[in-house]
Ligand binder design. Structure first.
Ligand code: KPL
Length: 321
C-alpha cells in the first residue's frame, strides 16, 4: 500500500485523529483509519521537529500486510478533531496532563483504557471538557516492536462521560467508522465498562498468576476454588453501585465462555507480567476492592488476586501454584 501519511493537511474539520499511546490498540486505529488522517502524540521530551514518525508493519485479520508510517503530532500546524487515548490505565492521567494544555477545550477526548477508575479520574479532573469512554473487543498485539497484528475482529462502543460530550458522540463515532471497524454509540457507557470489567476480573489475574493462556485457567484449582466467590463479590459491589442485578452464576458462565472462546489468547495482564511491565490490576480487581471498601464490604478473593498479581510483577521467578 502506498504510504501517503506525510500528506496530512492541517486545520479543523479535516477529520484528523490524534492518538495518545502508540501501543497495540493505538497502532490498530492508526493503521485502519484513512491514510493521512492520524497522528501520534509522542511523549518523549524532544523539540517538535525531532520527533520521529512511527513506522511498523500491519497485519490484518485475514493475513493482509502493509507498511504504516504515522507522523508525530506537530502542535504548531495541526489541530485534531478528536483525541483518542490508548495509553495504559495507570499512565492516562499524567499523559493527558501533559497533552491537554495543547488541545482546544472543545475537542473530544475518547478514553480506551481497560478496567475502571482511570476514566472516572479523567472525567473528574476535566469536568468541562467533552470526555468519552470506549469499550472495545478488538484484539491487537505486537509480536515484535516493528509489527502490529489485528488478532481478532470485535466491536467498539463509545459513550459520553461528561455532559459536553453527549452531543459529540455521533460525530466521533462517524469519524472512527472510517476505519471500517464496527462502532456503536452507547448511551450507558459505564454499564458497558462494568460488563467488560467482569470478564477481565475473572480471567486476567488468573492468567497472570498461573502464567498461562486464557483457556488454561478453566481447570486450574486456583480458578475452580475461587471463581464462585469472586462472582459473588462482583454481584454485591455492582448492586451497591446501583447497577442492574446480575446473578453470580450468570457472570461465572460468561467468564468461562469467554475463557473458552479466547482459549489460546495470552491476556493483556499475562503479557504485561511476562514483559516485566506494570499491570492494570489496580483498575480491574483492585478497583472492585476499592469500591467494596467504599461500601464497607470485604472482597477477599479480589484482594487476594490483586496481591498475588502484584507479587508476580516483583518476583517473576517465584514458583507457580
Ligand atoms: O480483554 C482481555 C484481555 O486480555 O485483556 C480478554 C477478554 C481476557 C481476552 O484476552
Amino acid at each position: 500500500m502506498a504510504d501517503t501519511r506525510h500528506q496530512v493537511q492541517s486545520g479543523n474539520g479535516n477529520g484528523l485523529t490524534a492518538i495518545l499511546g502508540a501501543g497495540s490498540l493505538g497502532r490498530l486505529w492508526a493503521a485502519l483509519l484513512p491514510t493521512g488522517t492520524t497522528t501520534f502524540i509522542l511523549r518523549q521530551h524532544a523539540p517538535e521537529e525531532h520527533k520521529p514518525d512511527v513506522t511498523y508493519r500491519f497485519q490484518g485479520c485475514h493475513g493482509s500486510q502493509f507498511p504504516v508510517t504515522v507522523p508525530s503530532m506537530d502542535w504548531t500546524t495541526r489541530h485534531p478533531d478528536v483525541l483518542i487515548a490508548t495509553t495504559k490505565a495507570g499512565d492516562t492521567l499524567s499523559a493527558l496532563e501533559a497533552t491537554l494544555p495543547n488541545l482546544k477545550p472543545t475537542v473530544p477526548v475518547v478514553l480506551f483504557q481497560n478496567g475502571m477508575g482511570s476514566q472516572q479520574a479523567v472525567a473528574e479532573r476535566w469536568p468541562n471538557r467533552p470526555i468519552m469512554a470506549a469499550s472495545t473487543t478488538e484484539g491487537a498485539n505486537r509480536p515484535d516492536n516493528s509489527t502490529t497484528v489485528h488478532a481478532g475482529r470485535g466491536e467498539t462502543w463509545i459513550g459520553a462521560l461528561t455532559p459536553s460530550a453527549s452531543p459529540l458522540v455521533t460525530g466521533v463515532a462517524n469519524q472512527l467508522k472510517a476505519s471500517g471497524l464496527v462502532i456503536h454509540e452507547e448511551p450507558n457507557i459505564l454499564r458497558r465498562l462494568w460488563g467488560k470489567l467482569i470478564i477481565n476480573a475473572g480471567i486476567n489475574p488468573y492468567t497472570a498468576i498461573l502464567d498461562c493462556a486464557n483457556g488454561d485457567i478453566l481447570d486450574a484449582p486456583l480458578f475452580r476454588e475461587t471463581i464462585g466467590q469472586l462472582c459473588l463479590e462482583l454481584a454485591e459491589v455492582m448492586h451497591l453501585e446501583g447497577l442492574p442485578p446480575r446473578s453470580p452464576e450468570d457472570m461465572q458462565s460468561q467468564i468461562e465462555a469467554v475463557a473458552r472462546s479466547t482459549a489460546k489468547n495470552t491476556s493483556s495482564m499475562c503479557s504485561d507480567v511476562r514483559r516485566g511491565k506494570p499491570t492494570e490490576i489496580d483498575y480491574i480487581n483492585g478497583f472492585i476492592v476499592s469500591r467494596a471498601r467504599a461500601h464497607n464490604l470485604p472482597a477477599p478473593v479480589n484482594q487476594m488476586l490483586t496481591e498475588r498479581v502484584k507479587l508476580r510483577t516483583t518476583k517473576l521467578h517465584e514458583p507457580l501454584s
